[in-house]
Design a protein around this ligand. Structure first.
Ligand SMILES: Nc1ncnc2c1ncn2[C@@H]1O[C@H](COP(=O)(O)OP(=O)(O)OP(=O)(O)O)[C@@H](O)[C@H]1O
Length: 308
């Protein structure tokens, strides 16, 4: 299937001469959740703004649903919902009016049944007659999503959807995002919360300094780059790693009470069996064993760190 969003060789040089994007290419598949990860100033917002037609590119091409975002701006904009970080609408307007008005702005005929569904899906139905200023911060964020969904977009961009949001609300936002995906909407989210990407994304794109460093299926990324650690708690502390174990990649921690073994999850042999045999041979008694998988955060820090 053709990608729903196709970004090819996109570049952006701002008037100041700053190169915010340096030839970025990225295909986004219909119905996926793609997380765009990158440090501050990486170029995430610039890229999203170009796709949404808010910022002009300096070079390259973007299509949404097969239409060019510059030549066919109306068609592409109608297909896109954008959830910005901040609510800038009238605080004295009601939830219902705000969301209905937003649909009108995109040139769509009124459809109260659709607005009702959106508000119910986002648990805002009870608040439909409240003014925005009467809502909590989390509810206001959901109003932003409702606005972006008011015109039935096929692609939804969420810019930092859960920044500054408490844990419960974050989880309920993730449910909303998953439900949207289940209804066929393609979702692109930027986030600084790596656990968010780990939790809900199907694919991860890492952008740094205006360049895409990698785009990969989340599970494949975790397997490919993920390392595991075996932690062996010892019955009696060691002063140093015995010479007979020097061929293993071992470090001694916790005042000599714990051996850490780093191994590669994708390797044919992890070496665990022989390590445990060698420990027994060396007369080392074990108290406990545990393993730890490197998180997406470890992987991210490694990739971006290597570039710097
Ligand atoms: N209008 C502008 N004029 C000049 N430079 C700009 C302009 N807008 C953004 N930039 C620069 O382009 C770079 C990328 O900015 P962008 O907002 O795309 O980053 P980001 O990845 O979204 O960062 P954050 O995570 O902080 O939101 C930054 O160095 C920023 O200073």
């Amino acid at each position: 299937m053709a990608p729903i969003v196709s970004v090819s060789n996109l570049s952006k040089t701002y008037a100041s001469g700053f190169k915010a994007l340096k030839g970025v290419s990225l295909d986004i598949e219909q119905g996926e959740i793609l997380a765009l990860l990158g440090p501050n100033g990486a170029g995430k917002t610039t890229m999203i703004s170009i796709i949404c037609g808010i910022v002009n590119a300096s070079g390259g091409e973007v299509t949404v649903g097969g239409h060019d975002v510059v030549r066919d701006f109306r068609q592409t904009r109608a297909m896109i919902g954008l959830v910005p970080q901040e609510l800038t609408t009238d605080a004295f307007e009601t939830v219902w009016n705000t969301v209905s008005f937003s649909r009108g702005l995109h040139g769509k005929k009124p459809d109260p049944a659709h607005i009702e569904k959106v508000l119910k899906d986002l648990s805002l139905w009870d608040k439909r007659n409240n003014m925005l200023r009467e809502l909590s911060g989390g509810m206001k964020r959901r109003v932003l999503i409702a606005k972006a969904l008011s015109h039935e977009p096929r692609v939804l961009f969420l810019d930092e959807p859960t920044a500054g949001v408490d844990v419960n609300l974050r989880k309920s936002m993730w449910d909303v995002v998953r439900r949207l995906r289940a209804s066929g909407v393609t979702i692109i989210l930027t986030t600084h919360y790596i656990e968010e990407a780990e939790e809900i994304a199907d694919r991860i794109a890492v952008i740094n300094d205006g360049e895409i460093l990698l785009v990969e299926d989340k599970a494949a990324l975790m397997t490919k780059l993920g390392r595991k650690q075996l932690r062996v708690d010892l019955a009696h502390p060691l002063e140093r790693v015995p010479d007979t174990l020097s061929s293993y990649n071992l470090t001694l921690e916790g005042d000599g009470n714990c051996l850490i073994y780093d191994y590669d999850t994708s390797a044919d042999r992890t070496g665990i069996t022989s390590l445990l045999a060698a420990l027994a041979e060396a007369g080392i008694r074990l108290k406990d064993i545990s393993t730890r998988q490197s998180s997406l955060e470890d992987i991210f820090v490694e990739i971006v760190g290597a570039e710097r």
